[in-house]
Design a protein around this ligand. Structure first.
Ligand SMILES: Nc1ncnc2c1ncn2[C@@H]1O[C@H](COP(=O)(O)OP(=O)(O)OP(=O)(O)O)[C@@H](O)[C@H]1O
Length: 692
């Protein structure tokens, strides 16, 4: 700026030599200045930038002198104000291209990032494959719409130039007709493009959600111990929606803006190359600001997502457990916790808002500066007769959408980059291999139901490495016998049940069913032949029938009724207005705890299992129902394992296994264990006092 002002004051001082001398002095001063500012260690990039800023004008003037015709002598630098600003801008642009695009380190770094992002995008694009026809149609309409769009301002300029009335009426009508035609084409093709894209996006979302849900269903139970349900549901809904939307809409916007930009650039260059250059200078400047903004906002976006998942989790936990919250009068506490989570989210969003406002301000400042330069240049062009008013109007009509296009390209780039985190997270779930043994193909017609635990050692994957839930447990459950697992709380009873259900795999030893390891059996077969009923069974919202036949294909109503009869629930169900079609409410909320247990036992019995495991599953039933259920379960020579806390259940058992601190301590009948006067005898009162 200073150099320019001096030259404006004294255009002929020293001509080219003066310009070079001035550039050199400016370089020396700026070099000293940057050295002082950076404690004598200016960065290489700053040095290059300073050199370019100071020497670009002398180089340009030298070229001017060399190319000047012999007739027209070189008269020194131009007094044009726009040239004054063009110098520093061109230097900044050249520097940016060099540093960001061509310079060694940056390029390598960018390439590796690009590779990952590129691979993710390519993979994402593959999911669109079933919609190829739709996409071809959508992109064809997009290109047609863009072509029509591009010509609208040009025809508008033509019509304005003809308004002066010197041209024939017929050509005016022709120009208006052309304008109407391209406008109509633009509206029609854009509408078609938008509609098809939306449909494609909906189909992609459906496919991705289905795939992700399927993958999640395959994961081992520990995966769900480690990742909260709120986070998973957020991935499944918000993230899949976001990744589909970003990729599809950005691809749409990117192609539209790129085609439009190329076409518009051609037309604009034809109208005025000087004004076009000025329009294009805006882009790299905005790119720098946008790049900085993307880096800052990416981290915040991740934080917002995590906060969102946390809030969702907190709200669903509280609402789901509202009965517990109410009974402990913990509403205030829950409200405070939720409020704290909201505050946290608010703080992150506030920071994001500040970044966005600052970015918006700088962007507007850049745009305003360019606009002023353009008006100055336009005045020069019109006064020298190189541009008509109609062409200028056309140019301005192009300029706004052109800048918008470029901004859109930058925005799409930014959006896509910031969605990479989301895309890679979703893909990491899609690619996750379940950490459990693959089920075998064994499905014998006849199953005895003899279960043997052979030196089973097991620690929960989420527990500390030294905390073992079961230590070398060996035991046998025989067909036709009821075995009771008893022991103090935290002893390892439920862990045995979980291993039998194959929710977890033991780290050492194995569990055999009729002499074969559990994982050799077909998954579906195993869960049909080995039924587990827990103390607090999970029911799903839906009818009673749906809950009893849950997971079974082609289960007749007769089988459902028979199972209900065996658990003494058929009378209660027949008394209901809709019978077996009565809705049980969210998680069976419309049923009493005892009714829930009965339905869960009926659900186990309808499968006609050979092994039944009751994890205190009859605790809420009345004595008569308990008796009936146990009678029924023990018939047919089944293997029965009960995790018992009640003395009367234990007394009915043929065999008792006493588990403490993850190990089998004693076993035998109730009488034998009492006679032994060991751990079982000593803890008997404590074990059963609350329940008996
Ligand atoms: N999902 C889990 N992750 C980590 N550790 C667990 C998990 N579930 C249980 N444990 C730990 O494993 C040990 C055995 O627990 P388990 O549930 O088998 O005891 P239990 O005998 O059934 O107790 P209770 O009679 O109170 O139900 C306990 O120390 C418990 O803290």
């Amino acid at each position: 700026g200073w150099a320019g002002l001096v030259l404006l004051e004294c255009p002929s001082c020293g001509r080219l030599a003066g310009v070079w001398a001035f550039g050199a002095v400016k370089w020396a001063i700026l070099h000293v200045f940057t050295s002082i500012l950076t404690d004598g260690k200016p960065q290489a990039v700053l040095g290059r930038m300073v050199a370019l800023l100071c020497l670009l004008s002398p180089v340009f003037e030298s070229r001017h002198l060399l190319m000047a015709s012999p007739v027209e002598a070189y008269m020194g630098p131009s007094l044009d104000l726009s040239m004054l600003l063009l110098g520093p801008m061109s230097a900044s642009l050249a520097c940016l291209v060099w540093e960001k695009g061509l310079c060694g380190d940056g390029k390598i770094r960018k390439d590796t990032n690009k590779l990952n992002a590129g691979q993710l995008l390519m993979r994402m694009v593959k999911y669109f494959k079933p919609d190829t026809i739709h996409l071809i149609a959508a992109f064809s309409f997009l290109i047609l719409g863009v072509i029509c769009d591009t010509f609208i301002p040009l025809y508008q300029g033509n019509v304005i130039d003809m308004l002066r009335g010197q041209v024939f009426q017929i050509s005016f009508c022709h120009a208006v007709g052309q304008l109407a035609l391209v406008s109509l084409g633009s509206a029609l093709f854009s509408g078609m493009r938008g509609g098809i894209f939306m449909c494609t996006l909906a189909r992609l979302n459906k496919r991705l959600k289905h795939l992700l849900f399927h993958t999640l269903m395959q994961q081992e139970v520990n995966f769900f111990d480690e990742i909260k349900p709120g986070a998973l549901s957020s991935r499944l809904h918000s993230d899949v929606d976001r990744m589909g939307r970003t990729v599809a809409l950005n691809a749409n916007a990117l192609v539209r803006s790129t085609v439009k930009t190329c076409l518009m650039l051609t037309v604009m260059l034809g109208l005025s190359w000087e004004l076009t250059v000025l329009t294009c200078i805006e882009i790299p400047l905005l790119a720098i600001v946008q790049n900085k903004y993307i880096t800052l906002s990416k981290e915040l976006k991740d934080q917002i997502q995590d906060c969102h998942a946390q809030n969702k989790d907190l709200a669903s936990q509280t609402i789901g457990g509202i009965r517990a919250v109410r009974s402990f009068k913990a509403e205030e506490d829950e409200l405070r916790r939720y409020n704290e989570a909201l505050e946290q989210m608010c703080a992150v969003k506030r920071r994001s808002g500040i970044y966005s406002a600052t970015f918006g301000f700088i962007r507007r400042l850049v745009t305003l500066g360019i606009k002023i330069l353009m008006l100055l240049q336009a005045r020069n062009l019109i006064s020298s007769g190189r541009l008509t008013i109609g062409s200028l109007v056309s140019f301005f009509l192009y300029q706004k959408p052109m800048s918008n296009n470029l901004k859109e390209i930058l925005y799409c780039y930014g959006e896509t980059v910031s969605t990479m985190g989301v895309i890679s997270k979703v893909f990491s779930y899609l690619d996750r291999t379940p950490q459990c043994k693959k089920a075998g193909e064994l499905a014998p017609e006849k199953l005895q139901g003899r279960i043997v635990f052979q030196n089973v050692t097991f620690a929960y994957p989420s527990a500390p490495p030294d905390k073992v839930a079961l230590k070398s447990v060996s035991m046998e459950l025989q067909p036709g016998r009821m075995t009771a697992l008893v022991g103090p709380s935290g002893g390892g009873k439920t862990s045995c049940v979980k291993l039998l259900k194959r929710l977890y795999e033991p780290q050492e030893g194995q569990i055999l069913l009729d002499g074969e390891p559990l994982h050799h059996y077909k998954h579906k077969y195993l869960h049909q032949k080995l039924a587990v009923v827990s103390q607090n069974p999970v029911l799903f919202s839906g009818s009673l029938r749906y809950n009893i036949e849950y997971g079974l294909e082609d289960c007749s109503i007769e089988r459902v009724k028979e199972a209900a009869q065996k658990t003494n629930t058929s009378d209660f169900i027949s008394g209901l207005e809709n019978g077996y079609d009565t809705d049980v409410g969210e998680c069976g909320g419309k049923l009493s705890d005892g009714q829930k247990q009965s339905i869960a036992i009926a659900r186990a019995l309808v499968r006609d299992p050979q092994v039944i495991i009751l994890d205190e599953a009859t605790s809420k039933l009345d004595v008569e129902a308990q008796h009936a259920v146990l009678q029924e379960i023990l018939s047919c020579g089944r293997t029965v394992l009960v995790v018992a806390h009640q003395l009367k259940t234990v007394e009915k058992a043929d065999h008792i296994i006493f588990v403490e601190k993850g190990a089998v301590v004693e076993e035998g009948t109730h009488q034998e264990l009492m006679a032994k006067r060991g751990r079982y005898h000593r803890l008997k009162e404590e074990l059963f006092s609350q329940h008996s």
